[in-house]
Design a protein around this ligand. Structure first.
Ligand SMILES: Cc1cc2nc3c(=O)[nH]c(=O)nc-3n(C[C@H](O)[C@H](O)[C@H](O)COP(=O)(O)O)c2cc1C
Length: 227
Protein backbone atom coordinates (compact mmCIF):
# COMPACT_ATOMS: atom_id res chain seq x y z
CA UNK A 1 0.00 0.00 0.00
CA UNK A 2 1.35 3.43 -0.90
CA UNK A 3 0.55 6.67 0.93
CA UNK A 4 -2.16 7.65 -1.57
CA UNK A 5 -3.91 4.30 -1.04
CA UNK A 6 -3.72 4.73 2.72
CA UNK A 7 -5.12 8.27 2.53
CA UNK A 8 -7.94 7.39 0.16
CA UNK A 9 -8.97 4.18 1.91
CA UNK A 10 -8.99 5.68 5.40
CA UNK A 11 -12.48 6.41 6.60
CA UNK A 12 -14.10 6.58 10.00
CA UNK A 13 -15.08 3.01 10.73
CA UNK A 14 -18.04 2.71 13.09
CA UNK A 15 -18.54 -1.05 13.20
CA UNK A 16 -15.68 -3.44 13.93
CA UNK A 17 -15.28 -7.20 14.02
CA UNK A 18 -14.16 -8.58 17.37
CA UNK A 19 -11.06 -10.10 15.70
CA UNK A 20 -8.17 -9.23 18.03
CA UNK A 21 -5.25 -7.09 16.89
CA UNK A 22 -1.87 -8.48 18.04
CA UNK A 23 -0.02 -6.33 20.56
CA UNK A 24 3.00 -6.37 18.24
CA UNK A 25 0.91 -4.65 15.54
CA UNK A 26 -0.37 -1.97 17.92
CA UNK A 27 3.17 -1.36 19.14
CA UNK A 28 4.50 -1.20 15.57
CA UNK A 29 1.89 1.40 14.60
CA UNK A 30 2.39 3.62 17.66
CA UNK A 31 6.15 3.27 17.32
CA UNK A 32 6.30 4.13 13.60
CA UNK A 33 3.99 7.12 14.20
CA UNK A 34 6.70 8.66 16.42
CA UNK A 35 8.07 10.10 13.17
CA UNK A 36 5.09 12.47 13.02
CA UNK A 37 6.29 16.09 12.97
CA UNK A 38 5.68 18.58 15.76
CA UNK A 39 6.58 22.23 16.14
CA UNK A 40 9.95 22.48 17.90
CA UNK A 41 9.91 18.67 17.99
CA UNK A 42 7.97 18.86 21.25
CA UNK A 43 6.22 15.54 20.53
CA UNK A 44 3.42 16.60 22.87
CA UNK A 45 1.37 13.41 22.53
CA UNK A 46 0.70 10.97 25.35
CA UNK A 47 -1.03 7.74 24.40
CA UNK A 48 -2.89 5.08 26.37
CA UNK A 49 -3.82 1.90 24.49
CA UNK A 50 -6.28 -0.65 25.87
CA UNK A 51 -7.26 -4.15 24.75
CA UNK A 52 -8.56 -7.35 26.34
CA UNK A 53 -9.52 -7.23 30.02
CA UNK A 54 -8.58 -3.58 30.70
CA UNK A 55 -10.67 -2.49 27.71
CA UNK A 56 -13.60 -4.62 28.90
CA UNK A 57 -13.33 -3.02 32.35
CA UNK A 58 -13.23 0.49 30.90
CA UNK A 59 -16.27 -0.27 28.74
CA UNK A 60 -18.19 -1.38 31.84
CA UNK A 61 -17.21 1.72 33.85
CA UNK A 62 -18.11 4.09 31.02
CA UNK A 63 -21.38 2.27 30.28
CA UNK A 64 -22.48 2.80 33.88
CA UNK A 65 -21.53 6.48 33.72
CA UNK A 66 -23.30 7.07 30.39
CA UNK A 67 -26.46 5.29 31.50
CA UNK A 68 -26.55 7.50 34.61
CA UNK A 69 -25.58 10.65 32.75
CA UNK A 70 -25.88 10.47 28.92
CA UNK A 71 -24.22 13.90 28.61
CA UNK A 72 -20.97 12.69 30.12
CA UNK A 73 -19.08 13.77 33.21
CA UNK A 74 -20.53 17.27 33.40
CA UNK A 75 -17.13 18.91 33.05
CA UNK A 76 -15.78 18.40 29.54
CA UNK A 77 -12.23 19.09 28.37
CA UNK A 78 -13.07 21.64 25.66
CA UNK A 79 -15.85 22.79 23.35
CA UNK A 80 -15.83 20.27 20.49
CA UNK A 81 -17.39 22.95 18.28
CA UNK A 82 -17.50 26.66 19.07
CA UNK A 83 -20.89 27.94 20.16
CA UNK A 84 -22.73 29.36 17.15
CA UNK A 85 -20.75 27.38 14.58
CA UNK A 86 -20.87 29.44 11.39
CA UNK A 87 -20.94 28.61 7.69
CA UNK A 88 -19.72 26.66 5.80
CA UNK A 89 -18.90 24.45 8.78
CA UNK A 90 -22.43 24.22 10.17
CA UNK A 91 -23.85 22.85 6.91
CA UNK A 92 -20.99 20.38 6.49
CA UNK A 93 -21.46 19.08 10.02
CA UNK A 94 -25.22 18.75 9.51
CA UNK A 95 -24.74 16.89 6.21
CA UNK A 96 -22.18 14.48 7.66
CA UNK A 97 -24.58 13.66 10.52
CA UNK A 98 -27.58 13.19 8.23
CA UNK A 99 -25.59 10.99 5.84
CA UNK A 100 -24.32 8.89 8.74
CA UNK A 101 -27.76 8.23 10.24
CA UNK A 102 -29.18 7.53 6.76
CA UNK A 103 -26.83 4.56 6.36
CA UNK A 104 -28.57 2.91 9.33
CA UNK A 105 -32.05 4.24 8.53
CA UNK A 106 -32.43 6.43 11.58
CA UNK A 107 -34.68 9.40 10.78
CA UNK A 108 -34.12 12.84 12.31
CA UNK A 109 -37.18 12.56 14.57
CA UNK A 110 -36.00 9.33 16.17
CA UNK A 111 -33.94 10.99 18.86
CA UNK A 112 -33.64 7.86 21.00
CA UNK A 113 -32.14 5.77 18.17
CA UNK A 114 -29.75 8.61 17.34
CA UNK A 115 -28.68 8.79 20.97
CA UNK A 116 -28.14 5.03 21.11
CA UNK A 117 -26.07 5.15 17.92
CA UNK A 118 -24.01 8.00 19.39
CA UNK A 119 -23.50 5.99 22.56
CA UNK A 120 -21.84 3.26 20.47
CA UNK A 121 -18.83 5.60 20.51
CA UNK A 122 -18.32 4.66 24.16
CA UNK A 123 -18.06 1.02 23.13
CA UNK A 124 -15.35 1.97 20.60
CA UNK A 125 -17.90 0.69 18.05
CA UNK A 126 -16.99 -2.86 19.09
CA UNK A 127 -13.27 -2.44 18.27
CA UNK A 128 -10.76 -4.69 20.05
CA UNK A 129 -8.39 -1.75 20.66
CA UNK A 130 -9.07 1.67 22.13
CA UNK A 131 -6.61 4.57 22.25
CA UNK A 132 -6.67 7.77 24.26
CA UNK A 133 -4.60 10.75 23.13
CA UNK A 134 -3.64 13.28 25.76
CA UNK A 135 -1.54 16.43 25.85
CA UNK A 136 -0.31 18.66 28.63
CA UNK A 137 -2.86 21.28 29.67
CA UNK A 138 -0.20 24.00 29.60
CA UNK A 139 0.21 23.62 25.83
CA UNK A 140 -1.67 25.58 23.20
CA UNK A 141 -3.24 25.33 19.71
CA UNK A 142 0.01 24.52 17.86
CA UNK A 143 0.56 21.50 20.09
CA UNK A 144 -3.07 20.37 19.70
CA UNK A 145 -2.39 20.26 15.97
CA UNK A 146 0.78 18.23 16.62
CA UNK A 147 -1.29 15.62 18.46
CA UNK A 148 -3.65 15.61 15.47
CA UNK A 149 -0.71 14.85 13.19
CA UNK A 150 0.35 11.96 15.38
CA UNK A 151 -3.22 10.64 15.26
CA UNK A 152 -3.43 10.92 11.48
CA UNK A 153 -0.11 9.12 11.17
CA UNK A 154 -1.51 6.32 13.35
CA UNK A 155 -4.63 6.16 11.17
CA UNK A 156 -2.63 5.90 7.94
CA UNK A 157 -0.25 3.29 9.35
CA UNK A 158 -3.28 1.30 10.49
CA UNK A 159 -4.36 1.06 6.85
CA UNK A 160 -0.99 -0.44 5.95
CA UNK A 161 -1.76 -3.22 8.46
CA UNK A 162 -5.20 -3.77 6.91
CA UNK A 163 -6.86 -2.09 9.89
CA UNK A 164 -9.35 0.74 10.23
CA UNK A 165 -9.83 3.46 12.80
CA UNK A 166 -12.24 6.09 14.05
CA UNK A 167 -10.94 9.18 15.81
CA UNK A 168 -13.31 9.98 18.67
CA UNK A 169 -13.32 13.38 20.32
CA UNK A 170 -16.55 12.40 22.09
CA UNK A 171 -14.34 10.83 24.76
CA UNK A 172 -13.47 14.37 25.86
CA UNK A 173 -16.96 14.46 27.39
CA UNK A 174 -15.99 11.83 29.96
CA UNK A 175 -12.46 12.92 30.94
CA UNK A 176 -12.91 12.34 34.68
CA UNK A 177 -14.24 8.79 34.23
CA UNK A 178 -11.48 7.86 31.76
CA UNK A 179 -8.74 9.70 33.68
CA UNK A 180 -9.69 7.93 36.92
CA UNK A 181 -9.67 4.56 35.19
CA UNK A 182 -6.31 5.15 33.49
CA UNK A 183 -4.83 6.93 36.50
CA UNK A 184 -3.79 9.68 34.07
CA UNK A 185 -1.93 12.60 35.67
CA UNK A 186 -4.22 15.63 36.19
CA UNK A 187 -1.92 17.87 34.11
CA UNK A 188 -2.91 15.85 31.03
CA UNK A 189 -5.93 16.81 28.95
CA UNK A 190 -7.91 14.16 27.10
CA UNK A 191 -8.04 15.36 23.50
CA UNK A 192 -9.48 12.31 21.75
CA UNK A 193 -10.04 8.60 21.76
CA UNK A 194 -9.64 6.32 18.75
CA UNK A 195 -10.99 2.89 17.88
CA UNK A 196 -8.74 0.46 16.00
CA UNK A 197 -9.52 -2.92 14.50
CA UNK A 198 -10.85 -4.84 11.52
CA UNK A 199 -13.83 -3.18 9.84
CA UNK A 200 -17.08 -5.11 9.72
CA UNK A 201 -17.52 -5.17 5.93
CA UNK A 202 -21.19 -6.13 6.13
CA UNK A 203 -22.32 -3.30 8.41
CA UNK A 204 -24.15 -0.55 6.50
CA UNK A 205 -22.65 2.22 8.65
CA UNK A 206 -19.28 1.52 7.06
CA UNK A 207 -20.63 2.34 3.60
CA UNK A 208 -20.55 6.05 4.43
CA UNK A 209 -18.10 8.05 2.30
CA UNK A 210 -18.22 11.62 3.49
CA UNK A 211 -18.11 14.51 1.05
CA UNK A 212 -15.30 17.00 0.67
CA UNK A 213 -15.18 20.52 -0.67
CA UNK A 214 -13.36 20.75 -3.99
CA UNK A 215 -9.78 22.01 -4.08
CA UNK A 216 -10.98 25.24 -5.73
CA UNK A 217 -13.30 25.93 -2.81
CA UNK A 218 -10.59 26.13 -0.17
CA UNK A 219 -7.34 26.86 -1.97
CA UNK A 220 -5.64 29.67 -3.80
CA UNK A 221 -2.78 28.64 -6.07
CA UNK A 222 -0.63 31.31 -7.64
CA UNK A 223 2.35 31.23 -9.96
CA UNK A 224 1.79 27.69 -11.26
CA UNK A 225 1.53 26.50 -14.85
CA UNK A 226 -2.05 26.04 -16.02
CA UNK A 227 -2.72 22.31 -16.46
C1 LIG B 1 -10.16 14.65 15.89
C2 LIG B 1 -11.36 13.93 15.38
C3 LIG B 1 -12.35 13.53 16.25
C4 LIG B 1 -13.47 12.82 15.81
N1 LIG B 1 -14.41 12.40 16.72
C5 LIG B 1 -15.41 11.58 16.34
C6 LIG B 1 -16.31 11.02 17.29
O1 LIG B 1 -16.24 11.30 18.49
N2 LIG B 1 -17.24 10.14 16.85
C7 LIG B 1 -17.36 9.81 15.53
O2 LIG B 1 -18.24 9.00 15.19
N3 LIG B 1 -16.54 10.35 14.60
C8 LIG B 1 -15.57 11.21 14.97
N4 LIG B 1 -14.69 11.72 14.03
C9 LIG B 1 -14.83 11.34 12.63
C10 LIG B 1 -15.33 12.48 11.75
O3 LIG B 1 -16.72 12.61 11.89
C11 LIG B 1 -14.93 12.13 10.30
O4 LIG B 1 -13.53 12.16 10.21
C12 LIG B 1 -15.51 13.07 9.25
O5 LIG B 1 -16.91 13.03 9.24
C13 LIG B 1 -14.98 12.70 7.85
O6 LIG B 1 -15.31 11.36 7.54
P1 LIG B 1 -14.21 10.24 7.26
O7 LIG B 1 -13.30 10.17 8.46
O8 LIG B 1 -15.01 8.96 7.11
O9 LIG B 1 -13.47 10.60 6.03
C14 LIG B 1 -13.59 12.48 14.45
C15 LIG B 1 -12.59 12.90 13.56
C16 LIG B 1 -11.50 13.60 14.01
C17 LIG B 1 -10.44 14.02 13.03
Amino acid sequence: MNVSDAVSSRMSCRAFLDTPVPGSTVRAILDAARRAPSGGNLQPWWVYALAGQPLAELRAVVRTQIMTNPRGDGSHEYDIYPPGLGEPYRTRRFKAGEDLYATVNIPREDKMSRLLQLARNYDFFGAPVGFFFYLDRSLGPPQWSDVGMYMQTVMLLAREHGLHTCAQEIWSLVPATVGRFLDAPPNLLLFSGMALGHADPSHPINTLRTERATLEEFSSLRGFDAT
